[in-house]
Design a protein around this ligand. Structure first.
Ligand SMILES: *[C@@H]1O[C@H](CO)[C@@H](O)[C@H](O)[C@H]1NC(C)=O
Ligand SMILES: *[C@@H]1O[C@H](CO)[C@@H](O)[C@H](O)[C@H]1NC(C)=O
Ligand SMILES: *[C@@H]1O[C@H](CO)[C@@H](O)[C@H](O)[C@H]1NC(C)=O
Ligand SMILES: *[C@@H]1O[C@H](CO)[C@@H](O)[C@H](O)[C@H]1NC(C)=O
Ligand SMILES: *[C@@H]1O[C@H](CO)[C@@H](O)[C@H](O)[C@H]1NC(C)=O
Ligand SMILES: *[C@@H]1O[C@H](CO)[C@@H](O)[C@H](O)[C@H]1NC(C)=O
Ligand SMILES: *[C@@H]1O[C@H](CO)[C@@H](O)[C@H](O)[C@H]1NC(C)=O
Length: 419
């Protein structure tokens, strides 16, 4: 029946709705903010009321997102991570927020965040406890899904701490996906299911709207390089599994935190865009510096991340200090990122549209997306040279001269088959 409907919709040219996962969410990579990387499990509201995990933190961050340009750029999910809960469930077995730090209750906070035109997410673990030892979901899947829906929650991030083994955990994720569906509320399901050996990403993408695949990010450039390498090394499998309805999650964007230079912050943002990861900022947006803000609000880079085709980019070239990533976009356009791991000086790198694998025989108009500058028209073998700084990127978009018919969404038929 499902494939019959899919075939029918395909005939009508309605591909986007067919590609949607079970709940119709995450047609493009989810965009939002999460407290974890920046605020962790700061519980000390007496000493540090502005930065502790409390209703004040989420309400203040939501206000900034709604009023200072983030919402307009597409950031919509405001998310709690671990440590929001009370250590005990209530008499009916339901979760409750910590009463001291969330005195108004979650329904109230959700209503406020919704009133700003934003969505609200929370965190749980598919185990006996969360990573910080708050109540896990184990044995409470249905009641928790129901409670989240009653509170008006829009996203659930599911960790794997204190799980009871690979098979049990997989069953739990599948049951939770179904329980969220049964709740009747469309709730984006953000999974960390893949934290195990040899996960089946095709299966995960059937039940989850995004999937964390690798170790946590830290406030560390070195950790970003490890994450990027992991995605490159697994790109063949992830390319097939991800797409509209289910995207990679390379963990948080840390522009504006403490460890990255502006050059490195641009690189993380560009590389995560090529990984076609969901983008969740985890910084203090109340005091974000203008350089970091300009990076995460760059509309042309965000458009590459949010491209409706939903394809993952691929690392197509790597030597000891230099990489090239390319990503196919709607309308037969492409993005490329030239990334330098050099530790000495800026380097002049040259390539051609043909060498990048961009197939249009008449060539492409090329634009530098961070410089926000057109670089000219490039026939297939015309040399394009870019100067790439140490830890830096140059990001280009290549648009063909030949306009494609309206309604053509590229060759993404695999998702139609998958769902
Ligand atoms: C539940 O799943 C069905 C079938 O895939 C889908 O049509 C429906 O929109 C889903 N509902 C929710 C609330 O996710
Ligand atoms: C809910 O939040 C509003 C402010 O957003 C506050 O005025 C109100 O008292 C809160 N209600 C409860 C029950 O705490
Ligand atoms: C998943 O749901 C099935 C059917 O209700 C149930 O038999 C099974 O115990 C559940 N497993 C987990 C881990 O929740
Ligand atoms: C992975 O999951 C998909 C979808 O559930 C299934 O068709 C496929 O057989 C699985 N692959 C393996 C190797 O288990
Ligand atoms: C990805 O899908 C293509 C087309 O179905 C298939 O040929 C290829 O083997 C798959 N790659 C991996 C790594 O699964
Ligand atoms: C980079 O190298 C190319 C090819 O050798 C050359 O045409 C171009 O002028 C160089 N650019 C800079 C800024 O040195
Ligand atoms: C998608 O698949 C259908 C049926 O196999 C085919 O006719 C169509 O050309 C494909 N579309 C694209 C964009 O490849």
């Amino acid at each position: 029946m499902k494939s019959l409907i899919a075939a029918l919709l395909l005939l009508l040219g309605v591909t986007a709705s067919v590609e949607a996962s079970h709940n119709g969410l995450a047609l493009t990579p989810p965009l939002g903010w999460n407290s974890w990387e920046r605020f962790r499990c700061n519980l000390d509201c007496d000493v540090d009321p502005e930065n502790c995990v409390s209703e004040r933190l989420y309400a203040e961050m939501a206000k900034v997102i709604a009023t200072e340009g983030y919402k307009e750029a597409g950031y919509e999910y405001v998310c709690m991570d671990d440590c929001w809960m009370s250590t005990a469930r209530d008499a009916q077995g339901r979760l409750q927020p910590d009463p001291k730090r969330f005195p108004s209750g979650l329904k109230n906070l959700t209503d406020y965040i919704h009133s700003l035109g934003l969505k609200f997410g929370l965190y749980q673990s598919m185990g006996l406890y969360t990573c910080q030892k708050y109540p896990g979901i184990w044995g409470h899947i249905d009641i928790d899904a129901q409670t989240y829906a009653e509170w008006g929650i829009d996203l659930v991030k599911m960790d794997t701490c204190y799980n009871l083994g690979k098979e049990q955990m997989a069953e739990g994720y599948i049951n939770m996906s179904k329980a969220l569906n049964s709740s009747g509320r469309p709730i984006l399901f953000s999974c960390e299911w893949a934290h195990e050996s040899a996960p089946n990403f095709t299966q995960i993408a059937e039940y989850c709207n995004s999937f964390r695949d690798y170790a946590d990010i830290q406030d560390s450039w070195v950790q970003i390089l490890k994450i990027v390498d992991w995605f490159a090394e697994n790109q063949a499998v992830l390319y097939n599994a991800s797409g509209p309805g289910g995207y990679n999650d390379a963990d948080f964007i840390i522009a504006g935190d403490f460890s990255l230079s502006t050059t490195q912050a641009k690189s993380q943002f560009a590389l995560y865009t090529m990984i076609t990861s969901q983008l969740f900022l985890s910084s203090d947006l109340r005091t974000l510096d203008p350089e970091a803000k300009a990076i995460v609000l760059n509309p042309e880079i965000l458009a590459v991340n949010q491209d409706k085709l939903g394809k993952m980019g691929q690392r197509i070239y790597k030597d000891s200090s230099f990489e090239i990533w390319t990503k196919e976009l709607v309308g037969n356009s492409y993005a490329a990122v030239f990334f330098s791991r050099a530790i000495d000086m800026p380097h002049n790198r040259t390539t051609t549209m043909k060498a990048l694998g961009f197939p249009d025989a008449s060539g492409y108009s090329v634009r530098d997306l961070f410089a926000r500058k057109d670089l000219g028209f490039f026939e297939p073998e015309k040399i394009l040279s870019v100067i790439v700084d140490p830890s830096g990127v140059v990001v280009i978009k290549a648009t063909p001269k030949t306009k494609v018919k309206k309604g053509f969404h590229g060759n993404n038929n695999k998702s139609v088959i998958k769902h």
